[in-house]
Design a protein around this ligand. Structure first.
Ligand SMILES: *Cc1c(COP(=O)(O)O)cnc(C)c1O
Length: 427
């Protein structure tokens, strides 16, 4: 199994090299060169998620050094529940937030960390460093995964004032192995800095860099596996609504469909950041500066993973044949959280965008599965005032909140990051 860039270059990468590389040399994202055929059958419906993921993912690692470790990686990475909750009225919820940091990012981050442990480049004398730009949840998931599962160092870039208190605590509680930088800018600035560093030879000379953003193949693959898993639990072909920002989950669901799993329609629910919705309407791809919203992990104006989707489905009409995208305003997010609480379901602001679309744009006669991307207690300052009571905090989150946060403030450029990394406090 080989991987190639979404852009011009024709170099092939093995799975391990694709994970090590993050981005292709031409700045493109890595995608399968040929799509494997997966011969699933009804008995797969009875597999637990780690075993199911192993079955789906093994062709993606064929011939790679990671192939023989994959079973063990899946067992360790996905050692938490993945419930599908039936809410009646043809609506169910794929709860992706039962991992250690209470957001779906745990799946990809833990899978990536365990893959990196077996990639030879990260075992030589040059220091391995995970670099991650985060709009809120990725950084915590990556820091947690790498500190718990490996001895690899982590550098986190997060936007100042744009993450929740609890998210910030989760980014800055890990101690020496993790260095957190609060960037005076937006998530797009953080992402731009990460991309610049990955294309910079000086940084590569110094560190064995690992990209943990959703551009990394190892993050997308397990996400593809959970959409495939959920599709087999559905009575008819599955329809998904997916809260989307950088479009990693969106690309993963489309990949699961491409593999032949029984997936019919897919809707991307966005907050007021409308780049993808505008593309659906106009056919023109024009990234914009990101706008702050209540669903902050989706505040992305230039969604990187859309390049993977366009690579697979270049013609907008082909995409529209099964997919759609809508924006949901902050006030509709709030209304949705309140009305869901009235029927006894608590949703985070991201998940609320999907519920809003389920009720306003998706046929009530069809079954829809909503991807619930984070636990509502991570966004207590938004959710609690709307529902008029406090939300119980999962144990994993509670222990983090009692630690003193440690981070450094930097300007949105890589020079500033270099200084930050070299300061005694962080060296
Ligand atoms: C990261 C994140 C998203 C956006 O996911 P993408 O794969 O980047 O589109 C949505 N909701 C939550 C809670 C997130 O953390």
């Amino acid at each position: 199994m080989k991987y190639i860039s979404t852009r011009q270059s024709t170099t092939d990468f093995s799975a391990s090299n694709a994970i090590h590389q993050g981005l292709a040399n031409d700045g493109g994202l890595l995608v399968p060169k040929n799509w494997p055929k997966i011969e699933w059958n009804d008995s797969w419906k009875n597999l637990n998620f780690p075993n199911f993921a192993y079955q789906v993912l093994i062709p993606f690692f064929k011939g790679d050094n990671l192939e023989s470790h994959l079973k063990d990686i899946c067992d360790k990475a996905f050692d938490f529940p993945l419930p599908i909750v039936d809410l009646k009225n043809n609506t169910s919820v794929l709860e992706l937030f039962h991992g250690p940091t209470c957001a779906f990012k745990d799946f990809g981050a833990r899978f990536l960390a365990l893959c990196c442990q077996h990639i030879p480049q990260y075992r030589n004398e040059k220091q391995a460093m995970v670099l991650v730009a985060t709009s809120g949840d990725t950084g915590g998931a990556v820091a947690s995964a790498f500190t718990q599962l490996t001895s690899i160092n982590v550098t986190i870039l997060f936007p100042k004032y744009k993450v929740s208190k609890r998210q910030e605590a989760q980014l800055c509680c890990w101690g020496n192995q993790v260095k957190s930088f609060r960037v005076n800018g937006t998530f797009d600035d953080c992402q731009r800095m990460a991309k610049e560093i990955f294309l910079n030879q000086e940084w590569h000379k110094k560190f064995n860099l690992i990209s943990a953003n959703s551009i990394n193949l190892a993050r997308i693959l397990p996400q593809m596996a959970y959409f495939a898993f959920a599709s087999l639990q559905s009575k008819e072909k599955a329809n998904f609504i997916i809260p989307s920002g950088n479009m990693g989950n969106a690309a993963a669901a489309i990949w699961a469909r491409q593999l032949g799993f029984p997936i019919n329609k897919i809707i991307f629910s966005h907050n007021s950041n409308s780049t993808v919705v505008d593309y659906f309407n106009s056919g023109k791809w024009s990234p914009k500066p990101s706008i702050e919203t209540l669903a902050n992990a989706m505040d992305v104006g230039n969604p990187s993973n859309f390049e993977r989707i366009r690579n697979l489905i270049p013609d907008l009409n082909d995409l529209k044949a099964f997919a759609a995208a809508y924006c949901v305003s902050d006030s509709d997010i709030k209304k949705t959280i309140s009305s869901l609480a009235n029927i006894g379901y608590l949703a985070c602001p991201h998940t609320a965008t999907a519920f809003y679309i389920r009720n306003h744009f998706a046929s009530l006669n069809e079954n829809w599965i909503i991807a619930a991307t984070a636990h509502p207690s991570k966004f207590e300052s938004i959710v609690e005032p709307l529902i008029g009571r406090s939300i119980a905090i999962p144990l994993a989150l509670e222990s983090i909140l009692t630690t003193n946060p440690v981070f450094k403030d930097i300007e949105p450029n890589i020079l500033s990051l270099e200084y930050g990394l070299n300061e005694p406090h962080y060296s």
